[in-house]
Design a protein around this ligand. Structure first.
Ligand code: PLP
Length: 455
């Protein structure tokens, strides 16, 4: 199999043969929505019903073919139904679906492979079946390692929806409001540096990372009982809009954490496994975290996630059982192992770096042309375009974000829903031709929205 396995199926996309969403999609969505409640804005804003996915192509029930710019939701990063991964899952689906916690041949191989590719000595592993459970395990692990119980996270981070995970996360306000005070005791939030919207700046107007670190130190001393186990952070904020911190942030945070014996729990569920051109996004800053969580791309769509700590802390994991009903089942291990092998065999990381450069150049050009683009950001295939009403006031342009999302989708771009930051997470196999096609659709849609709003 060559790395071009997906190309033939992509010829001619986007290819729309009905209005979108099409008539069959609308009926199926209505039938489903009668029963299924709490559907995401992504679905409500564009109620399409997908029937098939292969490579970078998604086909709906009306026969319309879309260009995928979301990888599910940062999940099918190596393309839909990658033959090697699908075959690996099918093999174990026919042979042994579940063996609880016991070792299986494919689990043995996955453990060895993970230890080989993960940086530092991150090689003490537990497997789960969703990202939230991996984050919960990371919180248990941090407590077990440090015998401390407080946690610091950051505004607009997202880590999942269970009680501990949501205690480290910014939820949509309306959602949190509806189920009451969500944050558990001992969980605190602090601001983190957003270069486009800095809270503290230096004399030259650039973001002042030291001021954030100073604030954290003050907070540790004054705002906690001195029992902080870990900072739980996304290396770059995915849900918040592909927001990367300045390059000096994590190295400085690491120093602060060392001073106070606090762990760094690096939630790489969205950013890891090549999305930014490195196994972990934190690799960009040469910081080795104490705990990581992996999910989404880790099994390329199969529900498999991991929580990993460094070897010296591995002993503490004996205190927190790895047992779960589905975690590490043979199909899951096969999906994760095959995904890592594909990243290596198809030289995915290099593609992400090369095409990622194209994306960034293109977005910078778009910013020059379009007054509602306030900022463009990202690394590799984790990208954001921030829409503002006015470049001086930087007032967020939420209405424009929604409209651009809908317009581009109706032109055949399947992508991530937007607030005022358009988020792109194309499959990492994508070449420049399709990258450019997707960006053309987005740029056309921005131009239409600008016109509608009289810019
Ligand atoms: C950074 C991060 N952590 C955790 C989660 C939760 O993962 P899951 O939806 O698989 O429970 C998400 C999901 O979007 C995420 O982006």
């Amino acid at each position: 199999m060559t790395k071009d396995w997906w190309k033939e199926s992509a010829i001619g996309i986007p290819d729309l043969i009905t209005e979108t969403p099409g008539p069959k999609s609308r009926i199926m969505h209505q039938n489903t929505a009668k029963y299924m409640k709490g559907l995401s804005s992504q679905v409500k804003l564009f109620p399409v019903c997908f029937d098939q996915g292969y490579g970078i192509t998604l086909t709906d029930v009306d026969g319309n073919r879309y260009l995928d710019f979301s990888s599910g939701i940062y999940v099918t990063s190596l393309g839909h139904c990658h033959p090697k991964i699908s075959e690996a899952v099918a093999h174990w689906a026919k042979k042994l679906m579940n063996a609880h916690d016991f070792t299986t041949p494919v689990k043995e191989k996955l453990m060895e492979k993970m230890a080989e590719v993960l940086p530092g000595r991150l090689n003490s592993i537990q497997l789960y079946s969703d990202g939230t459970s991996a984050v919960e395990a990371a919180i248990r692990a941090a407590r077990a390692i440090t015998n401390k119980h407080e946690f610091i996270s950051a505004y607009r981070d997202f880590h999942g929806k269970s009680l501990a995970a949501v205690s480290c996360a910014q939820m949509y306000r309306s959602e949190t409001y509806s189920y009451g005070p969500a944050r558990a005791a001992g969980f605190y939030m602090v601001p983190r540096p957003d270069p486009y919207r800095p809270l503290w700046t230096k004399n030259d107007g650039t973001i002042n990372t030291d001021a954030y670190i100073k604030y954290y130190e003050e907070f540790i001393k004054e705002g906690t009982v001195g029992n902080v186990a870990a900072f739980v952070l996304e290396p770059a904020q995915g849900w918040a809009g592909s927001i990367f911190p300045p390059d000096d942030f994590f190295p400085k945070l690491k120093k602060l954490c060392e001073k106070y014996n606090i762990l760094i729990c690096d939630d790489e569920i969205l950013t890891g496994m090549g999305r930014t051109g490195e196994w972990l996004a934190l690799n960009h800053w040469n910081v080795i975290p104490d705990i990581i969580t992996l999910g989404k791309s880790f099994g390329n769509g199969f529900p498999v996630t991991a929580m990993v700590v460094s070897e010296e802390n591995g002993g503490a994991l004996e205190k927190i059982s790895a047992s779960s009903s589905y975690g590490g089942n043979p199909m899951a291990c096969a999906a994760a192992l095959a995904s890592i092998e594909v990243i290596e065999e198809e030289n995915i990381m290099q593609n992400v770096r090369n095409v990622g450069e194209y994306f960034m150049k293109r977005m910078i050009k778009m910013k020059e042309q379009h007054p509602i683009i306030g900022d463009v950001k990202g690394k590799g295939f984790l990208l954001g375009i921030e829409l503002v009403k006015d470049r001086h006031t930087k007032e967020s342009f939420e209405e424009a974000g929604k409209l651009v999302y809908q317009k581009a989708f109706s032109k055949g771009l399947a992508w991530v829903p937007a607030g005022h930051i358009l988020r792109m997470s194309p499959p990492l196999i994508m070449d420049e031709k399709y990258a450019s096609l997707g960006m053309d659709i987005i740029e056309d849609s921005i131009a239409l929205v600008e016109k509608e709003f009289g810019y």
